[in-house]
Design a protein around this ligand. Structure first.
Ligand SMILES: [Zn+2]
Length: 214
């Protein structure tokens, strides 16, 4: 697939893609890898073009390609063009394998996505604005604000549970919390992932990931 974007030219061609949610320009995010193929981070198309221009792209594997056009070179009269792939490995960027398992930052948006927007107590599905972060062991009882101690809960369930553990409140947890790995976190961060990017990241998901569920 070849789509065209540029400083003043925007012809996505196939479908508009809004990276990272609302308000952003309709360009895809590019997935960067380290030199050995470990997923690293999302970058904007501008950053991807920067890597290409500096000859820092070691290899590519994505199915999608995007043509970015820049200004006209005064010397040659030619318009500059860079074709960027949807997945690019950056030279010299060798991450430790343990990086894949580093604990990603905890925030509500990714937490709610981890839990598929289902309340851990009543099991119903809600929009993000109706959900809360519930501490399984309440902070007032020494519970920590970490992935392993938080679940998604609707407001009524969170209020009913109050500052109690599930056992104290007699409210059974319907699913267990877990720590997403790097690949899962990258999926949770980006709601407009291209198919090839998703296929690549899915191969690095931990077995217990709820993203494996249909
Ligand atoms: Zn609920």
């Amino acid at each position: 697939m070849l789509s065209e974007h540029g400083n003043s030219v925007c012809e996505p061609g196939r479908r508009p893609i809004v990276p990272g949610g609302t308000g952003a320009a309709p360009y895809p995010w590019i997935l960067t890898l380290d030199i050995r193929g470990l997923p690293h981070r999302w970058v904007t198309w501008q950053a991807a073009c920067h890597y290409y221009a500096l000859d820092m792209v070691a290899w590519t594997i994505g199915d999608s390609q995007f043509l970015f056009t820049g200004g006209i070179c005064r010397a040659t009269g030619l318009r500059s063009e860079i074709t960027a792939n949807s997945i690019i490995a950056i030279k010299g960027r060798a991450l430790r394998a343990s990086t894949l398992h580093q604990v990603p930052p905890l925030n509500n948006r990714e937490l709610f996505h981890r839990d598929r927007q289902l309340c851990a107590y009543c099991g119903d599905s809600y929009s993000g604005s109706a959900l809360t972060r519930d501490h399984v062991v309440p902070v007032s009882q020494g519970g920590r604000d970490v992935w392993m101690n938080v679940v998604t809960a609707c407001r009524p369930c969170n209020q009913r549970k109050s500052n109690r553990t599930p056992e104290q409140a007699r409210m059974a947890l319907l699913y267990a919390p877990y720590v997403p790995n790097k690949a899962e976190y990258l999926i949770l961060c980006n709601r407009n992932i291209l198919v090839d990017q998703m296929d690549f990241l899915a191969r690095h998901l931990p077995r217990q990931s709820r993203l494996h569920m249909p």
